[in-house]
Design a protein around this ligand. Structure first.
Ligand code: C5P
Length: 286
């Protein structure tokens, strides 16, 4: 009997604005953010197996930080889907890591969303979209946007997702060998007395029009100030991107990654050339 398998890409996201509106009673923060998938992606493959197990493969500096056991979000996603699906069996989940971990790029959330979709298919669960969205919300604030796919205007704590129009653009991504935990970033925002960025309408218009010159100066992330205060190298990366000619630069999510916006692919390569270790991504993928 041949083993069936289902393979899905799990794209990293960048937040091209992130506006924190305020702390909530439940420990989360209300926010608004434009979440855009990138050409940088993990690959999740699920295949029939006796039991449920996760195998994380990839560059050792990435995989070393990904728990393969109980805390792995792909495994938690599989267990959650299993509860909702009478036909659930075992599965081997292989995650090929390309996305830096805890970098504000939603790698773990993307893997979890891809696992839900892939196992729903492998197991023939036919769990409907609404139920998958509820499972996604329980798994983490970024998972609903990753499950929906495509550019998303997210609100609430992350569970409210609306499709957004964003033209393909080229970005230079700078990442670090350390991450920032989101609970820390939000707590630092509280301790700093908050700070909420502007109405994003002009930014949304520039993103929809695919106008990088207009978009560059409008990028913002309210978590930057508190994260930069603890991690000056992240602030420096933003400065270096701007000094290298990026039209704008912004930290993604709760950090530590920073992205710089380029005019086009040639310009992105030129900016990346002066920042060792940086990579060029398109977002949304062209
Ligand atoms: O939902 P997720 O598990 O990704 O959130 C991790 C932590 O990040 C939360 O427990 C909370 O401290 C913080 N967070 C927040 N507001 C959000 C999302 C996350 O305060 N909208």
């Amino acid at each position: 009997m041949s083993t069936r398998s289902v393979r899905r890409e799990a794209p990293a996201k960048i937040n091209i604005f992130l506006r924190v509106l305020g702390a909530r009673e439940d420990g989360y923060h209300d926010l608004e953010s434009l979440v855009v998938p990138t050409s940088l992606a993990d690959v999740v493959t699920v295949r029939d197996a006796e039991s449920l197990k996760v195998d994380v493969r990839g560059a050792s500096e990435l995989v070393g930080e990904v728990p393969a056991g109980g805390l792995n979000l792909a495994l938690v996603a599989a267990l959650a889907l299993g509860d909702a699906c009478p036909d659930a069996g075992g599965a081997e989940i292989v995650v090929e890591k390309r996305i830096p971990v805890a970098a504000g790029l939603g790698g773990g959330s993307a893997d979890a969303a891809a696992t839900l979709l892939a196992l729903n298919e492998l197991w023939g669960c036919a769990v409907d979209e609404g139920t998958l969205a509820e499972l996604a919300e329980r798994l983490g604030s970024d998972v609903p946007a990753m499950l929906a796919g495509g550019p998303i205007l997210m609100s609430g704590r992350g569970e409210l997702v609306a499709p957004a129009e964003v033209a393909p653009l080229h970005w230079v991504l700078v990442y670090f060998d350390f991450g920032v935990r989101s609970p820390d970033a939000y707590r630092w925002w509280d301790e700093a007395g908050g700070g909420t960025g502007p109405d994003p309408q002009a930014l949304l218009d520039a993103a929809a029009a695919g106008d990088p010159e207009a978009l560059g100066p409008l990028l913002f992330n309210d978590l930057e100030r508190p994260v930069f205060a603890r991690h000056p190298v992240v602030a420096e990366a933003k400065e270096r991107l701007l000094a290298a000619g990026a039209l704008g630069a912004v930290m993604s999510g709760s950090g530590s990654s920073v992205v710089g916006l380029a005019r086009d692919e040639t310009h992105a390569r030129a900016v990346a050339a002066s920042l060792p270790g940086s990579i060029v991504v398109s977002a949304p993928p062209s």
